[in-house]
Design a binder for this molecule. Structure first.
Ligand code: PEP
Ligand code: MN
Length: 338
């Protein structure tokens, strides 16, 4: 439920509403707006006391939220959330470029890519140190050594960073080395990990589970918001479908769906959706044209020798071309990169 206060509601009326919500056994969450204050009512269903709250001084209206998620809903927060990641902002009408290698493999590899990402106009450097691989015999990532390289290169080239946290056991060390924590597709419903990551207070880059619906993805985000962390970025990275011409199907229609239902920024990851380099450019442009507030792509100086996801990683020159093309599409749909 949402208790909408009158425009000039007094502080004592606001305090009273919060007290009454607590007396009913729920948690009040005030949202102070430009013109009026709204108090969210959080708790297990069914919510009671609507008429009682309606009758309190300075209350304009009490609305029920129709969706199973509350804090993530547009009803709760009509304005777009902007997430600050180490000084750069994701969300609103801006298009953010997040790029870097699939895996951190060495200082030289990461530095080459970091410089290319910065030079082409990218905003955030990505790179995996703990890799969730399908096969136990595949490269599992450099671990803490990789985190150190990512942090160092980010500082040297002047870009904030994002990296995946795969387990609560490595949460603290990962949080110490990056500006945003990524929750990968395989962990989207690992609620223990999500809640602990949320409690760091850091921005969370939440990837849609490869078989998750839009609603399930928003409910995963709700776990983060419910921990008091509002810095959530959603990522559409492709879902499992029956087709075999592509690794996953980039669900472009999820972008406007997420944006209509939630206030959170939405980024597309065409690299993991396509699994093939040739599809990364068209899917990136489609994502931005459909309203994505960012694009995450993988870049490697020598994709043939990459230790993971070689076939989908772009060369630095291809990445530069991609950013230039994204800029044109962004401008064509009334948005910009900077
Ligand atoms: C990644 O971005 O490095 C990654 C493993 O992606 P996903 O979780 O979407 O597969
Ligand atoms: Mn990858």
């Amino acid at each position: 439920m949402l208790v909408i206060m009158k425009v000039n509601a007094s502080q004592s009326s606001l305090d009273r509403v919060q007290e009454e919500i607590e007396k009913l056994g729920y948690t009040p969450r005030p949202i102070i707006g430009d013109s009026r204050t709204v108090v969210g009512v959080l708790g297990q269903k069914p919510l009671r006391g609507k008429q009682h709250l309606q009758a309190l001084p300075d209350v304009s209206d009490v609305l029920e939220i129709s969706t199973p998620y509350k804090l993530a809903s547009r009803e709760w927060q009509p304005n777009d959330t902007i997430v600050n990641v180490g000084g750069t902002r994701i969300g609103g009408s801006k298009v953010s470029i997040i790029a870097g290698p699939c895996s951190i493999e060495s200082y030289e590899q990461t530095k080459t890519v970091g410089e290319a990402v910065k030079a082409a106009g990218g905003h955030i450097l990505r790179g995996g140190a703990f890799k969730p691989r399908t096969s136990p015999y595949s490269f599992q990532g450099m671990g803490v050594e990789g985190l150190k390289i990512l942090k160092q290169v980010g500082e040297e080239v002047g870009l904030p960073t994002v990296t995946e946290v795969t387990d609560t056991a490595v949460l603290e060390i990962t949080a110490q080395h990056t500006d945003m924590l990524q929750i990968g597709t395989r962990n989207m419903q690992n609620f223990t990990l999500i809640k602990e990551a949320a409690r760091t207070g850091m921005p969370i880059f939440l990837k849609r589970g490869m078989s998750a619906t839009v609603k399930e993805t928003i409910l995963a985000a709700e776990y983060i918001l419910n921990e008091g962390n509002e810095k959530v970025v959603l990522c559409e990275r492709g879902i499992r479908t029956f087709v075999d011409h592509t690794r996953n199907t980039l669900d472009v229609s999820a972008i406007p769906a997420f944006q209509r239902l939630t206030h959170l920024p939405v980024v597309v990851d065409p690299s993991h959706a396509a699994g093939k380099r040739s599809k990364v450019l068209p899917l990136s442009l489609a994502g931005v044209a459909a309203g994505a507030q960012g694009v995450m792509v993988e870049v490697h100086p020598n994709p043939e020798e990459a230790l993971s996801d070689g076939p989908q990683q772009l060369l630095p020159s291809q990445f530069k071309d991609l950013v230039d093309r994204i800029r044109l599409v962004a401008e064509a749909v009334g948005r910009k990169l900077d």
